[in-house]
Design a protein around this ligand. Structure first.
Ligand code: SIN
Length: 293
């Protein structure tokens, strides 16, 4: 059990999620406080803050402490003045919302984000919770033979799957990003192995016939939904969630139509994942078409 001198870290479950108290994110966290925040993220995978009335600038400043901020591939989702902010909004006109199924953020990129930080300003009276799942726990729960087999595999992650399929976005010139990643990766900070496929972006396993690939991915997509790997966060106005995108998936529950839920997310750039099989980076961007037969 980690010890914190500056932060009050209250776990939501033994596996994933903690509320962090004793910090005001309007002030820039530095030194030991920043070290403890980083440790709280690594220990808990997603951390939550309450009553944080941060401005856009303060939100972006906290994000930048962990890396560069990246712009979302869908242009119309970006804030008009601060393109590093992704607008998360639903109201009585919304038919779909961002993140309404299990996914990690933007794994179609060869270097998927290391983390995201979402600040909600307006929340429905009830509903609109978000769930997160630990991809360490999901992998650990599989048999050693299955884990060993998954380590030999590579998967294709395609931005067209959610952006065209779910959001009906206009395809940009050159198409949406598409990348290959190992199915089992290693977290660069904790050294723990991670199950790295998600329903949002992963289309198929390279080198498999389509029915084989679909059956394996369906099994894994259902497997990660187990409540044993998950936590569920009930938002309040001015809550912030900060998740490690390298070892989690999340699901924004759209059960509050026609109520309003609104806020902004910063997305922090990451590096290509390291393969558990080789201990090296094997990810590649925009491969030739290797769709399963
Ligand atoms: C997302 O970033 O996927 C949206 C999460 C949420 O709205 O709770």
């Amino acid at each position: 059990m980690s010890h914190y001198r500056h932060l009050d870290v209250r776990k939501l479950t033994p596996t994933i999620g903690a509320e962090v108290h004793g910090i005001d994110l309007r002030e820039e966290p530095r030194g030991e406080v920043l070290d403890e925040l980083t440790r709280a993220l690594h220990d808990n995978l997603v951390i939550f803050f309450r009553d944080q009335e941060v401005t856009f600038e303060q939100h972006m400043r906290v994000g930048r402490l962990f890396g560069n901020l990246q712009q979302h591939p869908i242009a119309r989702a970006r804030h008009p003045v601060h393109p590093e902010l992704l607008v998360v909004h639903a109201d009585e006109n919304s038919k779909v919302v961002a993140g309404e199924d299990w996914h990690s953020d933007i794994t179609c990129d060869v270097a998927p984000p290391m983390a995201s930080m979402l600040h909600l300003k307006v929340v429905p009276p009830v509903g609109g919770d978000t769930m997160w799942a630990s991809m360490y726990a999901a992998l650990d729960a599989l048999s050693p033979s299955m884990q060993a087999y998954l380590e030999t595999l590579t998967a294709v992650h395609d931005g067209g799957k959610p952006y065209i399929g779910h959001y009906k976005a206009k395809v940009p010139e050159g198409g949406f990003p598409r990348s290959e990643h190992p199915v089992v990766t290693v977290h660069p900070a904790t050294g723990r192995k991670v199950l790295f496929v998600n329903k949002g972006f992963t289309t198929h396993i390279k080198g498999m016939r389509r029915p084989e690939s679909d059956a394996l991915l369906d099994f894994l997509f259902h497997h990660i939904e187990s409540p044993k790997f998950n936590c569920r966060f009930r938002w309040r106005a001015n809550s912030i969630a900060f998740w490690d995108n390298r070892c989690t998936q999340h699901y924004a529950i759209f059960d509050y139509f026609p109520q309003v839920r609104t806020g902004h997310r910063v997305t922090i750039s990451g590096a290509p994942p390291v393969s558990a099989r080789s201990g090296t980076v094997e990810s590649v961007a925009r491969p030739l078409d290797v769709m399963a037969a």
